[in-house]
Design a binder for this molecule. Structure first.
Ligand SMILES: [Zn+2]
Length: 423
């Protein structure tokens, strides 16, 4: 038993998810080895499974090297640290045969992963290539069977690992290694897929998977000013729901991707009261903002409203265009645009920093009192762009976060102006 602990120690020592060994005790179903930690979600047990009765095809996995008749009848080696109820629960759970996953169970697979009573059977190679943790777990020497025969020779062409992940998360994760992941297939993934891949990628040290997911999120939560103004999907990946912005914030925190935070927190500011409760992941676990980030959103909403009010006044500033062709009329009508704001408070009180005032100007100036030069001056490529840039540059500060190099981009060519420059 000591040798098993020693063989696990290097892997445990270097991974923050499995910081402690609290016990090491074989269960009555004769697992090869077991490691429990204080964190329920960080528990990994690696064992030979009980013989699955549903395995009938000739090419299915060999049966367990531990026939039931050879199993200890009483838990003589039970852990003194495991509560009695939990221990009995573990026994009951281990005695129940897992169900095969309908999607990810390959008869010729050489790695069996069991989570929440569901058995996945996949292939070691792609997973070992990507995951440091699986590489360590699978590479551990297999302890001898109760008959003294080394497990590898006695049993099997596959290894069984018991994981504490949810079935939903694990299914998303394993799809990557069999070419079924939407995220890795060039399509737009759901938030739940991205979330599962990042969280399990972090847990099992799959850096390439994490970076792929982070790159996807950065397409929508980034610091490119011009892209923000032109992208209709800014803040909201196509298949995400608005409430998922909360999860994006948490993924940014998990992966230390600060550049995602201003946009994701601002997207949270657009939510209603549901921002407090968050939402449920597919497996029923809650996804909520931390208290600190919730506080940032509380202040952020006020700062956005203030910034937009200032921007409105800046856009409707009373100076006419230097190229104004009808200064007499424009000097009279610009103040009128301010007066008419009283009936259109949406133009002042808006939480979107990239809100466009063009709709208000068109509505308030149906007779086109402004000359084209002044109209263009107030447009998307005129004062609106100036005000948007001011807000954009302050966005991290408004959201209460620091982002190194925010918005620092090489200067771009000036945008061509058109006759309808306000659109
Ligand atoms: Zn004018």
């Amino acid at each position: 038993m000591l040798s098993i602990i020693q063989s696990f120690s290097p892997f445990l020592a270097k991974n923050r998810h499995f910081p402690h060994i609290l016990e090491l005790a074989p269960l009555p179903t004769a697992p090869k080895f077991a490691v429990h930690t204080e964190e329920p979600d960080a528990q990994i047990r690696a064992s030979s499974p009980p013989e699955p009765t549903q395995n009938t095809a000739a090419d299915m996995a060999p049966s367990s090297p531990f026939p039931k008749s050879s199993l200890p009848s009483s838990p003589d080696s039970r852990s003194i640290s495991l509560p009695e109820a939990a221990y009995e629960g573990a026994i009951a759970s281990s005695c129940k045969l897992p169900e095969r996953d309908k999607e990810l169970w390959y008869a010729r697979g050489d790695l069996v992963l069991i989570a929440q009573g569901v058995e996945f059977r996949v292939f070691q190679g792609p997973i070992v290539d990507q995951s440091n943790i699986f590489r360590d777990m699978i590479g551990l020497p297999q302890p001898a069977t109760p008959h003294g025969i080394p497990a590898e020779s006695a049993s099997t062409s596959y290894i069984t690992l018991h994981l504490t992940d949810s079935v939903e998360d694990l299914r998303h994760f394993l799809r990557v290694f069999v070419g079924k992941s939407v995220c890795f297939g060039g399509l737009d993934p759901t938030f739940h897929e991205i979330s599962a891949l990042v969280r399990l990628g972090d847990k099992y040290e799959c850096e390439a998977i994490i970076q792929r997911c982070v790159a996807y999120l950065k397409r929508f939560y980034h610091d490119d000013f011009d892209m923000w103004r032109d992208d209709e999907h800014v803040f909201s990946p196509p298949v995400f729901e608005n409430i998922h912005a909360i999860g994006v914030v948490n993924l940014a925190r998990l992966t230390h991707t600060d550049v995602i935070l201003p946009g994701a927190l601002m997207a949270c500011c657009l939510l209603g009261a549901e921002i407090v409760d968050g939402f449920m992941r597919e497996d029923g676990t809650p996804e909520m903002l931390s208290r600190e980030d919730l506080g940032r959103c509380f202040l952020g909403r006020a700062r956005i409203l203030e910034a937009n009010a200032k921007a409105t006044l800046g856009i409707l500033h009373q100076a006419v265009s230097p190229e104004c062709t009808r200064p007499d009329r424009c000097h009279v009508f610009l103040p009128e645009l301010l007066v008419r704001l009283e009936e259109h408070t949406d133009a002042i009180c808006n939480l979107r920093w990239d809100f466009t005032w063009t709709g208000y100007i068109d509505m308030a100036d149906r007779e086109r009192e402004l000359c084209m030069s002044c109209y263009r001056m107030l447009g998307k490529h005129g004062r609106q762009k100036e005000e948007h840039r001011k807000i954009f540059e302050k966005l991290p500060e408004m959201m209460g976060v620091k982002v190194e190099g925010w918005g620092e981009r090489p200067p771009t060519e000036p945008e061509p102006q058109t006759d309808d420059g306000a659109t």
